[in-house]
Every structure is written in C-alpha cells, then in structure tokens.
Unconditional design. Structure first.
Length: 270
C-alpha cells in the first residue's frame, strides 16, 4: 500500500470520536500531552511507528484497525492479516476446530467480527436443522449468524420471544457499528439487517429479560428448546483474523432442552 501519512490524523480522530473520547482523555490514556495529540490529528506533527502502536493500544483498536492506522501513517502493517483458509492460518483453523469439537454436544459457531459464520460444529448444525428449513433457506441468510436469527427464512418463525431477542441483537449491532465506524463488513451487516421487514427498532436492553441473561425460546411443531448463549474470544491474539474471531455457544437453559440435545447426539452415534 502506498504511504499516505496525511490520512493518519483524520483516521485517528475518527477512531477517537467513535469511542466517545476527548483529546484530553485519549492523551491521558496514552500518557502523552494533549497538545501533541492535537498536532497529530491536524497533521502538524508526524507520528513515529511506536507512537501509532501506542495510540492504537490506548484506543483498544482491533489489530486489523491498528494495521490500518499504521498504513495511514506510512508504515508497514505490524500484525499478520490473512484469510482463515490461507495456508498460513492452518494453526488457527486447527485451534477453532478443537474448540468447536470440545464444546460438543452443545452447539457452537465461529464467527468473524461482522458475525459471518466461519465454522459450525455438528451440534449447531443439528439444532439449526430442527428449528429452521436449512435446505430451502437462501444461502445468503445462513451465512451470517445474526441474519439467520432475524430473517423470516431463518430462525425467526421458530423464536417464541422474537421481540426480546431481536431487540438485544439490534442493539448489539448498533453499538458495534458505532464503535467500529470504518468497518465495511459491519456496515454491510447493518444494511442487510435494515432490509429485513418488521424488525423492532434498536433500543436499550434494560427490561427485556426476566433473569440475568436472555433465554432464546424456540418452538417448531412439537419440538421446543430454551437456550442461552456465551461468546468466547482468543485470549492473546497476535493475528488480525484471530483477533476478530468469536465463538458463540448455545447451552440448554432447562432440563428438557438438555435431554433434547443429548438425544440428538445419541441419534447421530447410532
């Protein structure tokens, strides 16, 4: 990528504003003077590579955005960023597969920052097949975890408490697109969700759940399940793809669902 140091200041300011930070607060977090930060944002001063990395860390930027900040300042990217299917990502693919297999018999999917599904374990495939018509669902719907949940051709018709689930998911997207304002994948996700009909307006999450977490209540014909989810990330990523990775796991929220999950596993082993 050609060096374009003049892009650094505006990009730094966009990241800072997206996180709701004043120049004074970011300067304090980075342990530099507010005057120097102002000069960096306006282009009156050029940053060193260590300064760019320092500000990226102070802003808690994803590694891919830290690379972008470095390149905007005219430096080479510091963190590897290769597609998951690239030969160089073999160790990451193995780590994902081990995590997904280890979560069995509970369902789990590996997603990127924009909730595009990268991997899915067999238990998640079984759950999706129970509560949605996977074979006839458009591929574009099933490629993204949030779209698959909210779209009429996905899980939507099987979600009993759809209003509460959709409210929480849309609020999550709103917050993430605000924080990562320059991420094209998140912007595309926001546009895709905006085309789904009859979704509730994004709103604060307080008051939509009765307990400490939201239970997703599914029902299709005689089948019924209640699930809660957890989201895990790689603890010490030094690679942009690993940094974006999240594993969402679906756990039984009651004994009948636990028995259902166990029965699905038993059927596949016969």
């Amino acid at each position: 990528m050609a060096s374009q140091p003049s892009l650094f200041g505006p990009l730094l300011r966009r990241f800072r504003v997206a996180r709701g930070l004043s120049q004074e607060r970011l300067a304090l977090d980075a342990e530099i003077s507010s005057r120097h930060l102002s000069c960096l944002e306006t282009g009156r001063a050029a940053p060193s590579q260590p300064m760019v990395l320092l500000l990226g860390a102070a802003l808690d930027l994803p590694l891919r955005d830290r690379n972008g900040l470095l390149q905007a300042a005219g430096f080479v990217a510091a963190f590897r960023d290769v597609p998951l299917e690239a030969p160089e990502a073999a160790s990451l693919r193995r780590a994902i597969d081990l995590m997904l297999e280890g979560i069995e018999p509970n369902g789990a999917v590996a997603c990127d920052r924009a909730w595009n599904i990268l991997r899915m374990n067999a238990a998640a495939s079984r759950l999706f097949a129970l509560f949605t018509d996977v074979e006839n669902a458009p591929p574009v719907v099933m490629r993204n975890a949030l779209v698959a949940t909210l779209h009429p051709a996905g899980l939507r018709s099987s979600i009993v408490n759809f209003e509460a689930v959709a409210t929480l998911l849309l609020d999550r997207v709103r917050r993430e697109t605000t924080r990562f304002a320059d991420d094209p994948a998140l912007l595309r996700l926001r546009d895709e969700l905006a085309e789904i009909p009859d979704l509730p307006l994004p709103s604060p999450i307080s008051g939509v759940a009765d307990g400490p977490f939201l239970t997703v209540h599914l029902r299709r014909g005689d089948l019924e399940a209640r699930l809660f989810t957890t989201i895990a990330t790689i603890g010490t990523p030094i690679d942009a793809t690993a940094d974006d990775l999240r594993i969402e796991t679906y756990f039984p929220a009651d004994e009948p669902t636990q028995r259902l999950v166990a029965s699905l596993t038993t059927r596949t082993q016969r």
